[in-house]
Design a protein around this ligand. Structure first.
Ligand SMILES: [Zn+2]
Length: 62
Protein backbone atom coordinates (compact mmCIF):
# COMPACT_ATOMS: atom_id res chain seq x y z
CA UNK A 1 0.00 0.00 0.00
CA UNK A 2 1.16 3.52 -0.76
CA UNK A 3 2.64 5.71 1.92
CA UNK A 4 1.80 9.41 2.16
CA UNK A 5 3.97 12.17 3.54
CA UNK A 6 2.93 15.40 5.25
CA UNK A 7 4.18 18.34 3.15
CA UNK A 8 4.40 20.49 6.24
CA UNK A 9 6.46 18.43 8.69
CA UNK A 10 7.51 15.31 6.81
CA UNK A 11 5.56 12.87 8.98
CA UNK A 12 4.81 9.73 7.02
CA UNK A 13 1.55 7.82 6.97
CA UNK A 14 2.23 4.13 6.52
CA UNK A 15 -1.01 2.17 6.01
CA UNK A 16 0.63 -0.87 7.53
CA UNK A 17 0.83 0.92 10.88
CA UNK A 18 -2.02 3.42 10.49
CA UNK A 19 -2.04 6.30 12.96
CA UNK A 20 -3.39 4.96 16.25
CA UNK A 21 -2.65 8.28 17.98
CA UNK A 22 -5.40 9.88 15.88
CA UNK A 23 -7.70 6.86 15.71
CA UNK A 24 -6.61 5.33 12.41
CA UNK A 25 -6.28 1.57 12.76
CA UNK A 26 -3.31 -0.31 11.30
CA UNK A 27 -4.08 -1.61 7.81
CA UNK A 28 -6.18 1.42 6.79
CA UNK A 29 -5.40 2.50 3.21
CA UNK A 30 -5.04 6.25 2.63
CA UNK A 31 -8.28 6.34 0.59
CA UNK A 32 -10.17 5.19 3.68
CA UNK A 33 -8.61 7.70 6.02
CA UNK A 34 -11.35 10.26 6.81
CA UNK A 35 -11.21 13.65 5.10
CA UNK A 36 -11.02 15.38 8.47
CA UNK A 37 -7.78 13.55 9.26
CA UNK A 38 -5.07 15.74 10.69
CA UNK A 39 -1.37 15.07 10.83
CA UNK A 40 -0.70 13.75 14.34
CA UNK A 41 2.48 15.78 14.44
CA UNK A 42 1.58 19.23 13.06
CA UNK A 43 -2.21 18.95 12.50
CA UNK A 44 -1.97 19.61 8.76
CA UNK A 45 -5.03 18.55 6.80
CA UNK A 46 -5.24 15.40 4.70
CA UNK A 47 -5.08 17.51 1.52
CA UNK A 48 -1.57 18.60 2.50
CA UNK A 49 -0.24 15.07 2.20
CA UNK A 50 1.38 13.78 -0.96
CA UNK A 51 2.15 10.26 -2.03
CA UNK A 52 5.59 9.07 -1.07
CA UNK A 53 7.00 7.94 -4.40
CA UNK A 54 9.16 4.89 -4.08
CA UNK A 55 11.74 5.40 -6.79
CA UNK A 56 13.23 2.00 -6.22
CA UNK A 57 9.86 0.38 -7.02
CA UNK A 58 9.64 2.41 -10.24
CA UNK A 59 13.18 1.42 -11.11
CA UNK A 60 12.39 -2.26 -10.64
CA UNK A 61 9.30 -2.00 -12.86
CA UNK A 62 11.36 -0.32 -15.58
ZN1 LIG B 1 2.60 17.17 9.55
Amino acid sequence: MEKFVCDVCGWEYDPEYGAPEVGIAPGTPWEEVPDDFECPFCRAEKIQFTQDVDYYEIYKRG
